[in-house]
Each structure stands twice: as C-alpha cells, then as structure tokens.
Design a protein around this ligand. Sequence first.
Ligand SMILES: *[C@@H]1O[C@H](CO)[C@@H](O)[C@H](O)[C@H]1NC(C)=O
Ligand SMILES: *[C@@H]1O[C@H](CO)[C@@H](O)[C@H](O)[C@H]1NC(C)=O
Ligand SMILES: *[C@@H]1O[C@H](CO)[C@@H](O)[C@H](O)[C@H]1NC(C)=O
Length: 178
Amino acid sequence: MSPWFWICFSSLLQFAYSEKRNFQIVIDEIKMRNIDPEVFEKLDCDLWQVNNRSYYNSSQVFKNPVNDFSVHAILDFWKPNSKKIQIYDGTFDMCYFLENVQTNRLFKIYAKGVKKHSSVIFKCPFEPNVDYALNNMSFDEEDFPKFIPLGKFRCTLEYLINKQLSARAFVTGKVIAR
Ligand SMILES: *[C@@H]1O[C@H](CO)[C@@H](O)[C@H](O)[C@H]1NC(C)=O
Ligand SMILES: *[C@@H]1O[C@H](CO)[C@@H](O)[C@H](O)[C@H]1NC(C)=O
Ligand SMILES: *[C@@H]1O[C@H](CO)[C@@H](O)[C@H](O)[C@H]1NC(C)=O
C-alpha cells in the first residue's frame, strides 16, 4: 500500500461544508490488488485500529526504476440517508505531484505525513528494491480544515505505471463525529 489514497481525502476537503471540526476519519478496510507482478515486487498494507483511530503500515517495492507513475482516483461519498455522490474522478501524475508538494497547502500536509512516517524519500524515479514503506500512519484531523462532511466513503485507486494498470487499491471508511 502507499499513501496515495490521501489524494482522495484531499478531494474530500474541496467538497467540505459541514459545521465543526469535531470529526474523525476512520478507515474500515484497505484492499490491495497487485495486478502486474512484473512491476511490483511487493505491495501490501496492514490496517489496525486503536481507540477508534486508524493506523496503517504500507510497503511498496518496485522491480525496476519507475519514472512514469500516475494514479487514477475515484472518491464516492454517502452522506447519511443519501445516495452516492461521486466527489472526485481524476488522474494524478505522481512524479509531478511529489516534485511540487511545496506549491499547495494540501500537498504540504501530505508531504509532512510521509516525512514523519517514512525513512525513504518518495520521489521519481522510484528505485528498484527499495521499500517505500510507511509505518504507523494515521490521520491527524488537526491538519485538516475545519469543514468536512460526515458520511461514508469509498476510494478506488488505480496505479498506472508506464501507463499500464499495475495495481488497484480499495479504501472504505467513514467520517464520524467525535
Ligand atoms: C469509539 O467509538 C465508539 C462508537 O462511536 C464509542 O462508543 C467509543 O466510546 C469510542 N471509543 C473511544 C476510546 O473513543
Ligand atoms: C507497523 O510497523 C511498525 C514499525 O515498523 C511495527 O512495529 C508494527 O508491528 C507494524 N504493525 C503492523 C500491524 O504491521
Ligand atoms: C504509533 O503512533 C501512536 C500514536 O501516534 C503511538 O502511540 C504508538 O506508540 C506508535 N507505534 C509505533 C510502533 O511507532
């Protein structure tokens, strides 16, 4: 697993209009599917909960250097008693994103989290046989803006390496009041 599904949460924020910041982001499940074993030597993610807070460790090892990495992200959201809303459907160029994290407030939050929880630098080209791992990652709600809607979400991520679909991640969870 990788931190990329953070993209989904950042897009949540653009949709934000709830009342107060007393919310918590809970991840119920993360499923990873390694589609192209020629690309990923290893790709996994462990999720656990402590005191209603979600933590995860993720690990990602490439077989070859990677310099062309995009993520197609889809974020669906359900507010209580309402139909599915598609909040985001877009493709991110990860190499560009990682090089330009300083240009955007949301990107900076992401970069801060990764730096704190990883011992390697996430940037292109990704080196082969290096574990791009994140340990003990969680979401610090204080890093998020005050307004975020409550409800359930599902995030689907497609990893496109050299423009080929190489892996998929499914993340489900909820934004609850605390
Ligand atoms: C966790 O959430 C449940 C349900 O919202 C609540 O009853 C419980 O008190 C919470 N536990 C902690 C440690 O916050
Ligand atoms: C997560 O990583 C930390 C640090 O490497 C380790 O101590 C912990 O056991 C791991 N937890 C899980 C659930 O894999
Ligand atoms: C993970 O983070 C939590 C809260 O930040 C901390 O209490 C715990 O000791 C950390 N665990 C590891 C293995 O670093």
